[in-house]
Design a protein around this ligand. Structure first.
Ligand code: CO
Length: 285
């Protein structure tokens, strides 16, 4: 078993998206376009409603799947398939854009802060134009695994100690875990060799790997950690409680062209999506 070591530590950049939502972006930046099959990683979090209240008014997507995971606050949404709802603290929404959807995602002003994550997972070429679909997954349906040394793991997608996550419909089959470690605890999770793997540290600080080098540097929140190849991920919380996401998936290894909210395989497919938006033929179903 080879432990995965830190390959690169990425400091999120402050970005503005939607109608002016301030967020921390780690994937889909000038320096990190994607980590196949992950094409965007955003962390939105603020106590100041002015940072998020403008929201994400009606906008299109094609060719990807999105996973939105809320830590605090709430977001109301509706889409061109006629779905609508509100996701709040601990809830997840997954959405397959496929051939195309229009949706809006509008944070509500709450008593505390707005906090959460959105990840884009690329669709393989053969499923780019699959039927759009979506599901809200309430917090109560997300299983939690408690390890003997105190680690608590919310299994959003993937498998931990035989417990399967609540989101099973994302075609790339990612693992998506929310791991809380008390001070001094450690967490180990097998990740198949060759799969892309990353951590997003959002509370405290962690130490990763260190088996090969003999020294694991402390990585403070907020950071995205790109992991090197291996069979197992090992994360420790040496300096107090810490919390992080672990994401992994098999890379698609297909050509990809991104334009704003679309990720397709060719420039022509991007041009077609834009043409269809102008023509009013973008929504297929
Ligand atoms: Co969107």
């Amino acid at each position: 078993m080879t432990e995965r070591e830190v390959k690169e530590v990425v400091t999120p950049v402050v970005a503005s998206d939607g109608a002016g939502v301030r967020l921390k972006r780690s994937i889909a930046t000038r320096t990190l376009d994607h980590l196949d099959p992950f094409f965007l990683f955003d962390h939105f979090g603020s106590e100041n409603a002015a940072d998020y209240i403008a929201g994400f008014p009606m906008h299109p997507h094609r060719g990807i799947e999105t996973i939105t995971y809320m830590l605090d606050g709430s977001v109301s949404h509706k889409d061109s398939m006629g779905n609508s709802g509100v996701i709040g603290a601990g809830d997840v929404q997954w959405m397959t854009a496929g051939s195309g959807i229009l949706h809006e995602e509008m944070p509500r002003v709450g008593p505390r802060r707005l906090d959460g994550f959105q990840v884009w997972v690329n669709l393989p070429r053969k499923l780019k134009m699959t039927a759009p679909r979506y599901q809200d997954v309430p917090s109560a349906r997300i299983p939690e695994v408690a390890r003997p040394d105190g680690a608590r793991v919310r299994v959003i997608a993937g498998d931990v100690d035989g417990t399967t996550g609540a989101v099973r419909e994302i075609f790339a089959g990612p693992t998506y875990l929310d791991v809380a470690l008390p001070a001094g605890a450690s967490f180990e999770q097998p990740v198949p060799r060759g799969h892309t793997a990353l951590l997003y540290v959002f509370q405290g600080e962690v130490a990763v790997g260190g088996e090969a080098s003999g020294a694991a540097a402390a990585i403070p929140a907020p950071r995205l950690v790109i992991l090197g190849d291996g069979d197992v991920v090992r994360v420790r919380a040496p300096a107090g409680p810490a919390r992080f996401l672990l994401l992994s998936a098999q890379p698609l290894q297909e050509p990809a062209v991104r334009w704003g909210p679309f990720v397709m395989n060719t420039q022509d497919e991007i041009a077609l999506a834009l043409q269809e938006l102008r023509d009013g033929t973008f929504i297929k179903r």
